[in-house]
Design a protein around this ligand. Structure first.
Ligand SMILES: Nc1ncnc2c1ncn2[C@@H]1O[C@H](COP(=O)(O)OP(=O)(O)OP(=O)(O)O)[C@@H](O)[C@H]1O
Ligand SMILES: [Mg+2]
Length: 476
């Protein structure tokens, strides 16, 4: 038995709390036969402090196992306790020693043969997972940014370092209990199919596997289990168990790593994440120009440096947007990025659907804020935004909604204030022009929207300019 396995067994046996970092160091040092002063030197703590910690640790283990534990007896006691546990409990996690080194279930994974760039992101994630032993990582970003592709690439690169790799999409998500049963079944080598549907019991069982083995579990499209038209991060009815799962994975000590990809930050990740904590979030940005150039080339579009720069800037390096744009550039503009960009109306097919999907999920407040951000066009501070919106929205609702929109990657935040990505702004502007057009044609006076009217006078030029000739003609 290795020292790590012994630590895992102790963690599983402790009821009230897990071992602190210094307690683990003391335990591992003693297991290797080091003296307290050697452990002190190795860990950088004072020898007196190490003695105090070990005294308390032996006391804790004595209480946990019901037999006297000291520095000299600890190995024997732990071995004996493991034997006892195995004999008492035929349903403990099956011992897979002697099996092949890594077992994998890739579900309906997407193909990432054509994957470019993302070197620095992969390095950061490797450090978080391998060096920092993070338990829960969220890859976040708006639709089409490449979260799924990155998660697959990451899992492929790290597969050798794990006993198990499981990749699952939560699109058309199973309920938490169905998903947990399937994963437990896989992790037990098909030896265990829990009969309970109690989510907490299933999570506890999964935790035992995550503690015993080093597993990489990827849950893609996590936003599918989050609610539409609610503050970002809330769960759909019957899917709340996914929240408990994330909380337990983030809070309880184990050897595994769960990676989720999501357009929205789940509340549990927002609460537990931190730079030196085992729960982290990586907010993806777009591809760099070199990777974007490859994406375009793969679609048959060759870009001059300046055009490439403008296109990547316009779409913030969003690979899906670039791919969709490339199709139009090739089909409608004979491969000329310049001519494509000169058309001030963005070709919406595909990307619009993507943004529309996200937009429909918003609360009424969030939609209002999106409209005002589009009208403002420039980054705007919350106070200014609040004075625009009619009827006035309460400050805390405004801040909550902005936070929610930020999590959905629909607004950007900088020192200059809040604003939207160009493509998103374009979409909302078109929506607004449509709404106003309908107001006019249905003979509702524009005066019913007095403050929009005021702002619109200032912004009409932009709206005409951006919403295209067709709509302008309708208005005329
Ligand atoms: N690094 C990359 N190199 C080449 N293509 C990429 C890269 N990243 C993503 N893509 C492509 O861009 C498209 C969108 O990527 P992906 O599906 O991973 O986005 P996503 O962020 O998961 O979107 P959604 O939120 O809709 O699930 C896919 O066609 C994918 O193959
Ligand atoms: Mg995805």
């Amino acid at each position: 038995m290795t020292a790590d396995e012994a630590v895992t067994f102790i963690e599983l046996s402790l009821k009230e709390r897990s071992l602190s970092r210094v307690e683990q160091s003391v335990f591992l040092g003693v297991w290797q036969g080091l003296s307290y002063s050697e452990i002190a030197k190795q860990t950088g703590y004072d020898a007196g402090y190490i003695k105090l910690v070990s005294h308390k640790l032996w006391h804790l283990l004595t209480e946990t196992f019901g037999e006297k534990v000291t520095k000299s007896t600890v190995q024997n006691v732990i071995r004996r306790q493991i034997q006892k546990k195995l004999a008492d409990s035929p349903t403990t996690v099956p011992n897979l020693q002697g099996s092949a080194s890594s077992y994998q279930d890739w579900g309906e994974v997407v193909d990432v043969t054509f994957f470019y760039g993302r070197k620095s992101e992969l390095e950061i994630l490797d450090q978080w997972i391998d060096r920092d032993r993070c338990r829960l990582i969220a890859l976040l970003g708006m639709g089409g940014l490449g979260k799924t592709a990155l998660s697959v690439k990451l899992a492929q690169q790290l597969q050798e370092k794990f006993d198990f790799v499981v990749w699952r999409s939560l699109n058309n998500a199973k309920t938490p209990s169905e998903m947990l049963v399937a994963v437990i079944h896989f992790l037990s080598h098909q030896r265990e199919t829990p009969e309970t549907t109690d989510t907490n019991a299933l999570i506890s069982r999964l935790m035992e596997y995550l503690q015993r083995y080093r597993c990489l579990l990827v849950l893609d499209n996590f936003e599918s289990v989050l609610r539409d038209e609610a503050q970002a991060g809330a769960y759909r009815k019957d899917y709340e168990g996914y929240g408990s799962l994330l909380r337990r994975i983030g809070e309880v000590s184990h050897r595994s790593c769960v990676v989720i990809t999501s357009r929205e930050m789940p509340e549990e990740v927002a609460t537990l994440e931190g730079d030196i904590l085992p729960v982290r979030a990586l907010l993806l940005t777009g591809l760099d120009e070199s990777a974007a150039e490859h994406v375009l080339e793969a679609k048959g579009v060759k870009a001059m440096a300046d055009d490439l720069h403008r296109l990547v800037d316009w779409y913030r390096g969003n690979p899906l947007a670039l791919k969709i744009a490339a199709t139009s550039i090739k089909d409608l503009y004979s491969g000329s990025i310049n001519r494509f960009l000169e058309q001030k109306t963005i070709i919406f097919s595909g990307i619009a659907n993507l943004i529309e999907q996200q937009y429909q999920r918003l609360t009424a407040h969030e939609k209002q804020i999106m409209i005002w951000l589009a009208i403002n066009r420039e980054p705007v501070q919350p106070n200014e935004l609040r004075s625009d919106i009619v009827p006035m929205i309460e400050q805390n609702y405004l801040m909550m909604s902005l936070r929610s929109l930020k999590r959905r990657s629909l607004v950007e935040h900088s020192a200059a204030g809040f604003t939207q990505q160009p493509v998103v702004m374009e979409f909302v502007t078109n929506l607004l022009v449509d709404q106003i057009y309908q107001e006019i044609t249905q003979e509702h006076p524009l005066g019913a929207l007095p403050s929009i009217q005021l702002k619109l006078n200032r912004q009409l030029f932009y709206l005409r300019h951006l919403s295209g000739a067709e709509k302008s003609e309708k208005r005329c």
